[in-house]
Design a protein around this ligand. Structure first.
Ligand SMILES: Cc1cc2nc3c(=O)[nH]c(=O)nc-3n(C[C@H](O)[C@H](O)[C@H](O)COP(=O)(O)O)c2cc1C
Length: 202
C-alpha cells in the first residue's frame, strides 16, 4: 500500500477506480474492527481553511480543510480514501464568536483524504465534514481531529448525484462505526479540549 505522501511524489497520479453498481449496492453499513487498530488513532490539528468553493454545501457536506503541514500525520502513514472519527472546532482566543456551546463539542466527522478524482484536484487535501449544523462558518478557527478508521477508497463518478449518494452512505457508516464502546471512548480523548466553553458575547 502506498501512502498518500508517497503517491504525492509520483509524476503521475494513479487513476482512481470508478464507482460501480456493484460497489454502490453492496456497501457495508459498519466498518473496521471493534476497537481502533494501528495506525489509528491519528491526531490532526490546525487552522480551518476554505476549500475550492465548489459547493461542498450543495453536496450536503460543507468541509473544513486543514493546511498542508497539518495533514502530514495522516498522509505519511495512510493511503488516500474516506475516513471517520471525531473533530472539535475551538473558539478564537479573544472569545468573540458566533458559534454556540453545541458547536464546540467533540462531534462525529467523515474525512476525504486525496485528490478528489471526480474534480481532479492538483493538490492533496484532507477535507473534514463535521456532522453537525453549525451556527456560522468558522474559517481560521483551530480544529482538532482524531481519525479512527477507514471507510472506502476515493472514487471517480459519472455524476455528481452518485457522489452525493455515496457521501450520504459514508455519513451513516461513520455514525454506525463510531457508535461502538471502544470508539465512543475517544470522545473524551485528551487531544480535545473538554472544558471548552463560549464566554457570554457582548
Ligand atoms: C465523506 C466524503 C467523501 C468524499 N468522497 C469523494 C470521492 O469518492 N471522490 C471525489 O472525487 N471526491 C470526494 N469527496 C470530496 C468532495 O467532492 C468535496 O469535498 C467537495 O467537492 C467539496 O469541495 P469544496 O471544498 O471545493 O467545496 C468526498 C468528500 C467527503 C466529505
Amino acid at each position: 500500500m502506498a501512502t498518500a505522501a508517497e503517491v504525492a511524489q509520483l509524476s503521475e497520479r494513479p487513476e482512481a477506480p470508478r464507482q460501480t453498481t456493484e460497489f454502490r449496492t453492496s456497501r457495508p453499513q459498519i466498518v473496521g474492527p471493534e476497537c481502533p487498530e494501528s495506525p489509528f488513532p491519528i491526531l490532526l490539528a490546525g487552522p480551518v481553511q476554505k476549500g475550492f468553493g465548489r459547493g461542498g454545501k450543495e453536496l450536503g457536506c460543507p468541509t473544513a480543510n486543514l493546511p498542508d503541514e497539518s495533514i502530514t500525520p495522516i498522509s505519511s502513514v495512510a493511503k488516500t480514501g474516506v475516513y471517520y472519527g471525531y473533530a472539535q472546532v475551538l473558539p478564537p482566543k479573544d472569545g468573540k464568536t458566533e458559534l454556540c456551546e453545541a458547536d464546540v463539542r467533540v462531534l462525529p466527522m467523515v474525512m476525504s483524504l486525496g485528490w478528489n478524482p471526480f474534480y481532479k484536484n492538483e493538490i492533496l487535501t484532507a477535507e473534514i465534514h463535521i456532522m453537525h449544523e453549525f451556527r456560522s462558518d468558522f474559517y481560521g478557527y483551530n480544529m482538532n481531529a482524531l481519525v479512527l478508521g477507514y471507510i472506502r477508497p476515493e472514487l471517480d463518478y459519472t455524476s455528481r448525484d452518485a457522489l452525493i449518494e455515496d457521501i450520504e452512505v459514508d455519513k451513516r457508516v461513520a455514525l454506525n462505526s463510531l457508535n461502538r464502546p471502544e470508539y465512543q471512548k475517544f470522545r473524551a480523548d485528551p487531544h480535545f479540549d473538554l472544558s471548552c466553553t463560549i464566554p457570554p458575547q457582548s
